[in-house]
Design a binder for this molecule. Structure first.
Ligand code: FAD
Length: 435
């Protein structure tokens, strides 16, 4: 039996939730179809090691207008991460212990050199496709730019590790423009970019915001419904099929599957060759985020290791019951397993020698076929050869998601922006225009 809707939204992450709410507010009959048994997508507040921990997306910021507006709309506040008391870092040859301010100071000059052209290349950070200058540099890699800077070996080691953290992936093919886009969004100030990435959590967790958006929507939410095919019937109409044999028809469909899971869906007619090429090339956020506890309630700390370590950044978050809860990030999901206590301890001990790791937790986002990636960070050439094509609808099939946002692509903010843009395109019956 076919179920009929005005719009079918595939995926109940922040892009899908936002789009579904907007369409339902406009009076549409909307199905929100999700393969998982929960909303939130790549955000997931889950109980692990005795606490509710964010296994995916976490931090938000006042420079992120779309998520900020949603928090304001639903009266949801912030929960700041603790201010670190100590810092340690790897300077390329040895571990150094100092203060967080010293570490920021060491990173300041190299980052200023690296990102000084951010506003020149992206004068309108929320309209990156209008940048006339980005094409000149979009094929240039971040690694090549870092290698060319007049820096000491220690400065270069720190800068490389810092951007490996930001990319959650390897820098070889990392787009220089992606780094510039991030920093342009905070008006050229890399320290504010860093603050945006790791300082303010959502009170009640990302779940509080996702739940608030859903509660404000009148949609049919279907869990455990894995979409296998999307078939265009005519300019206004498509059929969506799921693995359990159901079929849904709608005037419009919004697909919010991440770039690395888009290939699981059989589109008929097939996606155009430029979209297919972008899916095949993928993106670089293929790293890991692992929570763990260490023995003792230690003063809160940050630690920046070597770029090629299995985990290259650590940030402590909570004290409970004689333990410190710490997050570690690494650039290669397959270099360390989220349940490998010994490997986590061995890496941490290179900077915090006496730490005893008790237990670990995390989600294998890269091996999860519904994500296949962590936060999307783009390759050289993506901005100029792929982004505009990925944003384009194919008849009644619209695309949304943090992977293809204009502004804070890769963030919760970008997912919300993109969901709003897709919903507006449907409601105004025209192709998306920048938010
Ligand atoms: C480890 C990690 C840390 C992060 N840290 C931050 C951070 O601190 N701050 C920040 O702003 N962002 C962060 N992000 C990024 C942020 O979480 C994402 O960019 C954002 O949540 C993506 O939202 P989305 O709706 O575009 O995609 P998703 O959240 O991936 O939603 C897509 C949904 O589609 C579903 N789906 C996929 N295929 C199908 C199908 N065939 N049928 C049905 N459903 C399907 C998926 O299950 C998923 O629920 C992080 C991400 C990760 C993984």
């Amino acid at each position: 039996m076919t179920e009929k809707y005005d719009t079918v939204v595939i995926g109940a992450g922040f892009a899908g939730l936002t789009a579904a709410r907007e369409l339902s507010h406009a009076g549409q009959r909307v199905a929100l179809i999700e393969a998982r048994d929960r909303i939130g997508g790549r955000t997931w507040l889950a109980e692990r090691m005795g606490l509710n921990l964010e296994l995916g997306g976490t931090w938000v910021h006042w420079t992120q207008p779309f998520v900020w507006a949603e928090l304001t709309r639903y009266g949801i506040g912030l929960a700041p991460s603790p201010t670190p008391q100590t810092a340690s870092w790897w300077n390329g040859t040895e571990a150094v212990v100092g203060s967080p301010d010293e570490l920021l100071e060491l990173l300041d000059h190299p980052n200023q050199l690296l990102t000084q052209r951010s506003r020149e290349i992206f004068p309108e950070p929320f309209a990156p496709l209008t940048s006339e200058r980005s094409a000149d540099v979009d094929e240039e890699s971040l690694a090549a730019h870092i290698a060319a800077l007049p820096l000491t070996d220690a400065q270069r080691a720190l800068l490389t590790s810092f951007w490996t953290l930001n990319f959650n992936g390897k820098l070889g093919d990392a787009a220089y423009t992606q780094a510039l886009r991030w920093v342009a969004l905070t008006n050229g100030d890399w320290k504010v970019t860093f603050e945006a990435c790791a300082t303010y959590k959502i009170a009640g967790g990302t779940k509080a915001l996702a739940d608030a958006i859903l509660a404000d929507s009148d949609v049919d939410l279907l869990f455990n419904t894995d979409v296998t095919a999307v078939c265009t019937r005519d300019r206004r109409g498509a059929a969506v099929s799921s693995a359990d044999g159901r079929e849904f028809t709608a005037d419009d469909v919004i697909v919010t599957a991440p770039l690395h899971s888009l290939g699981r869906i059989d589109f008929q007619p097939p996606l155009d060759t430029r979209k297919q090429a972008a899916v095949k090339a993928g993106q670089l956020g293929l790293g890991t985020k692992i929570w763990f506890t260490i023995d003792g309630e230690r003063p809160h700390f940050v630690a920046l290791g070597g770029a090629d370590w299995p985990l290259n950044f650590f940030q402590s978050e909570y004290h409970r019951d004689g333990k410190t809860y710490v997050i570690g990030f690494g650039s290669d999901a397959h270099a360390i397993s989220p349940d490998d206590v010994e490997a986590v301890q061995a890496t941490l001990r290179r900077l915090v020698p006496d730490a005893v790791v008790l237990e670990t937790a995390g989600h294998a986002w890269v091996d999860d076929e519904l994500s296949g990636e962590t936060w999307p960070m783009h390759r050289t050439g993506y901005l100029t050869t792929s982004l505009a094509h990925l944003q384009q609808p194919a008849g009644p099939i619209h695309f949304a998601g943090s992977d293809i946002a204009d502004g804070w692509g890769g963030f919760i903010d970008g997912a919300i922006e993109s969901g709003l843009t897709a919903a507006r395109a449907i409601l105004t019956n025209r192709a998306p225009v920048p938010a």
